[in-house]
Design a protein around this ligand. Structure first.
Ligand SMILES: Cc1cc2nc3c(=O)[nH]c(=O)nc-3n(C[C@H](O)[C@H](O)[C@H](O)COP(=O)(O)O)c2cc1C
Length: 399
């Protein structure tokens, strides 16, 4: 079979064929009835383009910057904590991102140490959860800073919702002989995935090395998750404290409301990602793209506004940028590519997005991605959601 694929949908089909059922299920993720995960993609299908048939256009330029990092296109890797997709995991993703000139973001729950990932892509942001005591949080930040992380992504939109109507994948606590025998029917049914691991000489590592503090061994994924569940949720003073401690750009990920965005600006963040955690968090939250225009209007003049959730093609990227995002972060799209064909699969996904962005720019007769405006997009009435708009300001919002 030709390892090259032409769409992200095809990468997903290959990932499904290649991965053991539980690993594939962990990437699908989602929560409750899956309303948000569905809306993240469906909302993009409601948006259209307003193309031109002629006009001046030469080479198209997709380059931009995010929090000081140059990007060859308005796309970044979103942090995802899934392990066991591929033996090279986040290092393969970081290499692919570097090869295609975009920035990487590494999850706290990643399977590879931050130092190895930054060696593969110096343009790497470290993603932090509010987990453990302040000393633990500081120790993780210091480690990432020393390793050379160019910015911090603080993800706070998590509600520990664990049920899914379609069933949650069973993920073992750790991989010893007993669990390997238990999971053998699943993994033996996926010989190519197994062979990739056997060739690499190690079995999937279910630890979270970047959650280790003070030279302690890497905790298991579930141990780290338990610590996170037991940590009291942070308030806005804590967000301010993080910004003060980091000494560099902080992006707050998971903002959906204008009042939160305003507080984030006051707390000192340099950017936000309008996001609902890819539909894995509070089900019933609208698609991120529906909240974007109002949030971009509210704070886009003061901080950088990004978006993540539902991006599967270059035209989705163009729609998000035209509606006010400086760039987008992608999650599942690159995970499908990684599962389908390792580093080359992630590069394949990035090339698909680049090609789609280029076609859309050509159709819209825009030379630069930074020239896109709302006039390029057909936004149906009632599409936009204005969440957390203070009373009195509602009349000025086009909802
Ligand atoms: C399997 C999986 C694991 C994730 N883990 C994290 C994580 O550790 N930290 C984080 O900030 N976001 C995490 N996310 C959310 C992504 O960063 C991103 O917000 C989301 O995937 C965007 O939606 P998309 O998958 O439709 O592109 C995860 C998403 C998925 C699918």
């Amino acid at each position: 079979m030709n390892p090259w694929f032409e769409t992200v949908a095809e990468a997903q089909r290959r990932a499904k064929k290649r991965l053991p059922k539980s690993v594939y299920g962990a990437l699908i993720a989602g929560s409750e009835r899956g309303q948000t995960i569905e809306d993240n993609q469906a909302a993009f299908t409601e948006l259209g383009f307003a193309p031109h048939v002629a006009g001046p256009i030469g080479e198209r330029d997709q380059s931009t910057t995010v929090l000081g990092q140059p990007l060859s296109m308005p796309v970044m890797i979103s942090p995802t904590g899934v392990q066991a997709v591929h033996p090279d995991g986040e290092v393969a993703v970081a290499r692919a991102a570097a090869a295609r000139g975009i920035a990487m973001a590494l999850s706290s729950f990643a399977s590879k140490p931050v130092e190895e990932v930054i060696a593969a892509n110096p343009s790497t942001f470290f993603q932090l959860y509010w987990c453990g005591g302040k000393d633990d949080i500081l120790a993780r930040m210091d480690r990432a800073k020393k390793a050379g992380a160019v910015g911090l992504i603080l993800t706070l939109d998590w509600s520990f919702s664990h049920g899914r109507d379609w069933g949650s994948p069973v993920i073992p606590e750790k991989l010893d002989l007993r669990t390997m025998v238990k999971f053998a029917p699943q993994t033996l049914a996926r010989p190519r995935w197994l062979a990739t691991y056997l060739r690499s000489g190690h079995i999937p590592d279910l630890t979270a090395p970047n959650m280790a503090v003070g030279g302690a061994p890497a905790p298991g994924f579930f141990g780290a998750y338990g610590e996170w569940m037991g940590t009291p949720a942070p308030d806005w003073d804590d967000v301010r404290w993080i910004c003060e401690q980091w000494d560099g750009p902080v992006l707050l990920k998971g903002v959906m409301r204008v009042d939160d965005a305003r507080r984030a600006v006051d707390a000192g963040v340099a950017g936000i990602s309008v996001s609902n955690h890819g539909g894995n968090n509070l089900d019933g939250t609208p698609a991120a793209i529906r909240a974007l225009p109002v949030l971009a209007d509210a704070v886009g003049g003061e901080i950088e506004v990004l978006l993540d959730g539902g991006i599967r093609r270059g035209s989705d990227v163009v729609k998000a940028v035209a509606l006010g995002a400086r760039a987008v972060l992608i999650g599942r799209a690159y995970l499908w590519g990684l599962a389908a064909n390792g580093q080359a699969g992630v590069e394949n996904v990035l090339d698909i997005l680049r090609g789609g962005i280029d076609s859309a720019l050509l159709g819209l007769r825009k030379t630069k991605v930074t020239d896109l405006t709302r006039d390029d997009i057909v936004v149906p009435e009632g599409f936009t959601r204005a969440l957390g708009v203070p009373e009195g300001a509602r009349d000025t919002v086009s909802a």
